[in-house]
Design a protein around this ligand. Structure first.
Ligand SMILES: NC(=O)c1ccc[n+]([C@@H]2O[C@H](COP(=O)([O-])OP(=O)(O)OC[C@H]3O[C@@H](n4cnc5c(N)ncnc54)[C@H](O)[C@@H]3O)[C@@H](O)[C@H]2O)c1
Length: 246
């Protein structure tokens, strides 16, 4: 019961899976929240340190339920990783109400609701919130109006909340990946009429380092930022993008 507990949203694929597994490898007990029941439950086979919650986090009620489930099952909370996210390529004219509302609900409102629920528990453990934002929360991107609005909101919410809760020993930071090799990158490529290999090749070509970031590299940054070694990093939005935002 003394082991640290991390709640990871969007754990059923991509960065979320890498984060949940990396944290479990390093001794955390995990509440892995995912929409996809099959893939989320598979995480239990990876480690006995992983518990699961299956559901859609697109409402305040769901975020309350998820946090309550984490505390009930694992007894404490030391780290909240707000990772779940969605992206629909669209400019303002093509962004219908459904794209706008769902993007803001998952990428921004759920980050707020889960953080609000987590804070009383993190106050007790002097814990950490890590928001997986995006380099498109730091600079604009083409055909990404709702996504950029949501991720820019996450970056500023991170900074505002970090100032509010630093004196309570809670640290809050944002991780801002560029292109990461996950289903989201491939799905974006498919939406642009590319196959997966071509989507990856084009993304790599745009990066100063000539390659995209791996999910495990993002997970390693999360592990570091959650650790006491990062005790003086607070309210930061840290790119991990091969230098794209430079
Ligand atoms: N892949 C990239 O290039 C990239 C770049 C920058 C930022 N990001 C961010 O990283 C995070 C993880 O994305 P990824 O690349 O692993 O993509 P992904 O599509 O593989 O994973 C996204 C996860 O979020 C979950 N999710 C989405 N909507 C949900 C909902 N309503 N309720 C519950 N879960 C929901 C999905 O089920 C999935 O597990 C996202 O916030 C994304 O915006 C990704």
């Amino acid at each position: 019961m003394n082991k640290k507990v991390a709640l990871v949203s969007g754990a059923s694929s991509g960065i979320g899976t890498a984060v949940a597994c990396t944290l479990a490898d390093h001794g955390y007990r995990i509440m892995a929240a995912g929409r996809d029941a099959g893939r989320t439950e598979e995480l239990r086979e990876y480690s006995p340190n992983i518990e699961t919650w299956i559901g859609d986090i697109g409402s305040a009620e769901a975020c309350t339920e998820l946090t309550g489930h984490c505390i009930q099952k694992l007894g404490r909370l030391d780290l909240l990783v707000n990772n779940a996210g969605i992206y629909f390529p669209a400019n303002a004219e093509n962004t219908n109400d459904e794209i706008w509302t769902s993007t803001i609900a998952v990428n921004l409102s759920a980050v707020f609701y889960l953080s609000r629920e987590a804070i009383p528990h993190l106050r007790e453990t002097r814990g950490v919130i890590l928001n997986i934002a995006s380099d498109w929360g730091l600079a604009g991107g083409k055909d990404a109006v709702a996504y950029c609005a949501s991720k820019g909101g996450v970056v500023m919410m991170t900074k505002a909340m970090a100032l509010d809760h630093a004196h309570e020993g809670i640290r809050i930071n944002a991780v801002c990946p560029g292109d990461v090799e996950t289903p989201m990158l491939y799905e974006e490529g498919v939406a642009r009429g590319l196959d997966a290999d071509e989507a990856l090749r084009q993304a790599a070509e745009m990066s100063p380092t000539g390659r995209v970031t791996s999910a495990s590299e993002v997970a390693a940054l999360v592990l570091y930022l959650a650790s006491d070694a990062a005790a003086q990093i607070n309210g930061a939005a840290i790119p991990i993008d091969g230098g794209n935002t430079a």
